[in-house]
Design a protein around this ligand. Structure first.
Ligand code: ATP
Length: 233
C-alpha cells in the first residue's frame, strides 16, 4: 500500500530524449522515513528518473512534488537545497583531502560521523588517507557517507553496490540500514535484488519507462529469484 501523505510524489511523469520516450506517465510516492527501491532491467529508465528528480533532466509533462512543493523545472542546486541528494559515485569528492575531511565537509554532525565510521571500519582505518589513493569501492563508501552527513530529506542512490566485491556490498547494506534506523528516506536503484529486498520497505519495477509492478518488499524477500527471472531477463 502506498503511503497516504508522501514526502515525494511523482505524478504522470514523462521524460524524453528527443524522440525517445524514456519515462511515460510514471507515478510513484515515497513517504518520509521510507526506503523505496526502484528495480528494472538495463535501459528501463531508472537513472533517467533519478536525474529528473535532481533537476538534471527536464520533464516533458507531469509533476514532481517534495513536501507539497512543486520542484519539476527547478535547477539542480535548488533541488539539492530542498533536500534531494543523489550519491554521485565519487564524483564530488575531494581527492587530495583525507577521508575524514571529505566526510566532515559542510556539516558538524560528529555523532553521525562516528556512527558512519563504525559502519565502515575500512574507512575508519583509513580516515587520514587521501581519497585519491582509495579503491573504487572505498571511494563509493566515502561518497555515501558524505551524502548521509548532509542529512538529506531524501537520499537517491544509483546502484551503490555496482562493481563491488561481496564484502563491500555487505558494508553498503549495513550503512543503508543505519540510515534507515536514523529515520532517513531513500530511493534506491539497485540491480542486487537481495540487497534491495533486505533494506527496502516497498518496491517499484520499471519496464520500458513504465511502472509494471509495485508492492511491499516482503514479496521480494520471499522469492527474489523469481522476480529476477520475470523482470530482468
Ligand atoms: P541501466 O540499468 O542500464 O543503468 P536504466 O534503467 O538506468 O538502465 P536509463 O539510463 O534511464 O535506464 O535509460 C532509459 C532509456 O533512455 C534507454 O533506452 C536509454 O537508451 C535511453 N537514454 C538514456 N540516456 C539517453 C541520452 N542521453 N540520449 C538518448 N537516449 C538516452
Amino acid at each position: 500500500m502506498a503511503p497516504p501523505d508522501p514526502l515525494l510524489r511523482v505524478q504522470d511523469l514523462t521524460v524524453r530524449y528527443g524522440k525517445i520516450i524514456a519515462l511515460q506517465d510514471l507515478s510513484l510516492v515515497v513517504a518520509a522515513g521510507e526506503v523505496v527501491t526502484l528495480l528494472g532491467a538495463n535501459g528501463s529508465g531508472k537513472t533517467t528518473l533519478l536525474n529528473t528528480l535532481c533537476g538534471f533532466l527536464p520533464a516533458a509533462s507531469g509533476t514532481i512534488m517534495l513536501g507539497g512543493e512543486r520542484i519539476a523545472g527547478l535547477a539542480p542546486h535548488r533541488v539539492f537545497r530542498r533536500g534531494i541528494v543523489q550519491v554521485s559515485q565519487g564524483r564530488d569528492l575531494f581527492p587530495d583531502m583525507a577521508v575524514i575531511d571529505n566526510l566532515r565537509l559542510g556539516t558538524r554532525g560528529e555523532p553521525l560521523l562516528e556512527k558512519i565510521l563504525a559502519c565502515f571500519p575500512r574507512l575508519a582505518e583509513r580516515r587520514a588517507q587521501r581519497v585519491r589513493t582509495l579503491s573504487g569501492g572505498e571511494q563509493q563508501m566515502v561518497a555515501i557517507g558524505r551524502a548521509m552527513m548532509s542529512r538529506p530529506r531524501i537520499l537517491l542512490l544509483d546502484e551503490p553496490s555496482a562493481g563491488l566485491a561481496p564484502r563491500f556490498v555487505e558494508e553498503i547494506g549495513s550503512i543503508m540500514h543505519l540510515l534507515k534506523q536514523e529515520g532517513g528516506t531513500m530511493l534506491l536503484v539497485e540491480q542486487n535484488l537481495r540487497l534491495a529486498a533486505s533494506v527496502a520497505d516497498r518496491f517499484y519495477i520499471l519496464r520500458d519507462g513504465r511502472i509494471v509492478r509495485d508492492g511491499e518488499a516482503g514479496e521480494l524477500r520471499e522469492d527474489h529469484q523469481a522476480f529476477a527471472r520475470t523482470y530482468y531477463l
